[in-house]
Design a protein around this ligand. Sequence first.
Ligand SMILES: Cc1cc2nc3c(=O)[nH]c(=O)nc-3n(C[C@H](O)[C@H](O)[C@H](O)COP(=O)(O)OP(=O)(O)OC[C@H]3O[C@@H](n4cnc5c(N)ncnc54)[C@H](O)[C@@H]3O)c2cc1C
Length: 511
Amino acid sequence: MSSSKDSDRLLPVKNRLEPFWLCERDPVLQNARTTTELPRAVDVVIVGSGLTGAMTAYHLYAEAEKIGRRINVVMLEADEVCSGATARNGGHCKPIPFVGYRTEASKHGQTIANQLLTFEASALKQYADLVAKEDINCDMHVTRAFDIFFREDDAASGKKDYEARKSAFPNDVNGQDIRVVNDPKELERLTGIKGGCFGANYPAGHLWPYKLATSLIHIAIGRGLNLQTHTPVISVKESNSQPGQWEVNTPRGSITAGQVIVASNAYTSGFLPDFKDLIFPVRGTACSITPAQSHSYGASPGPIKYTYGFRHGPGEVDYMIPRQGRGRIPGVGDKSYILGGAKGCFLNDLSQWYDNKQDDQYMPGAKEYFGGFMKKHFADWNGNEKGNVDKVWSGILGYSADLLPYVGEIPDKPGVFVCAGFTGHGMPRIPGCSAAISSLVASRINDGFITANAQKAFQDALPQPYWLTRERYTSKVNLIKAAMGQGDKTKGALENSDEAVLAGRAVRAKL
Ligand SMILES: Cc1cc2nc3c(=O)[nH]c(=O)nc-3n(C[C@H](O)[C@H](O)[C@H](O)COP(=O)(O)OP(=O)(O)OC[C@H]3O[C@@H](n4cnc5c(N)ncnc54)[C@H](O)[C@@H]3O)c2cc1C
């Protein structure tokens, strides 16, 4: 029987808006339950079947193979498979190449600030290698991203970030092939976009995130994964009867596990209350757009080739990918663009986005904003009166209080691991974070504790600001609102500091 407390619980809501990416659901996995009943005891429970849960399961089986162990893993999913942010995002794997560098350097030093950026850049190759190795059909496409700055003050700040990183780490900046464009005319000529005052381009990619995640889950099932959809976790407690084990509770029964990996992103505090001040559900929106005749092959200006970040101001970033068709053969199938953002429409009404889980509802003004977007920004666009917009949807992002993901074992909860809080910017972070957490968990399974070597490998693999330290775990600082330009003016403290405002320029806001 469910109580009123249960109905208030932070879980995915029913009847959510339909995103483009769910137009080709996986009929085998959608509502799958590998076994009719839940297993009673396993080595690992993974909570969540989005990209983080899927990649973690994939890496975990690879780790188990390395150490020659059979492992029992169950993946619990509250709703249908992979129906959260991964099925509602922009499909954009866009490492941030320099924006925010000085802010991070002032907090963590230049080496770590640079590491945060090189970590993201390495994700593109990880995706390409994985897709090639496993022959995954997810429309993976490697191209270049163009960041366009529309405001002079934002552009000036971006240029300073670029210069600062370049002078400290010229090899990394050159190695990442980051090129800046200072001349607005040249910028428009290269991009077809009107009104930008500064731009930068660098390698990036796009793919169909749902197809990647479900393909990885299929592979993991082939190696023994038990997937249980429509099975929300409601609590994780220390087992009374079996010391050192965790009891993962769901409305369908409990599972005892030595290890739990929390990959539930925005919804984490729904069953781990300590995360209530750490990860917040933040509502965002995106849409799909059919290319106009003017931007199709054989026309002028012709097809859009880059992916884009449209930087309108702190925290206010639109992003777009031009899909190249479906399957393993680029050019076949629909080539819709995915465009997200529209933050200017609702950012100043906190209730519309902050601590909001209603992705069953449209964001106010988003449809109209997206409808006018292409004509406003792309020279010679000749789409229809609705701006060629097809589907508009909402999605729930997991924003972390300090704007960086939490990755690691929870202090005082040995065996419970978290990989969440991607703050609207999971694609360039999830491959590295999920691999690092999997190797930590494998060490614990193999040795009964996390060995010093495994701990060191984890720390070497991940930028230190991502580690789930006790300090971060107990921190009460929340930079989210200020980073989005909506700080509480009645609070004089850190929440409104330059640091938070600068972080807003850096924040990988994908609302
Ligand atoms: C509109 C929008 C646009 C975005 N655009 C981009 C982009 O272009 N590039 C980018 O890098 N990032 C983007 N993001 C962010 C990106 O989608 C996320 O960072 C990423 O998908 C997170 O993956 P995840 O697996 O951690 O979370 P999710 O995909 O949200 O998966 C978490 C899963 O956990 C399940 N779950 C929750 N609670 C429970 C529970 N109690 N029990 C069991 N299961 C539970 C959920 O149902 C869900 O399936 C965007 C997000 C949105 C919403």
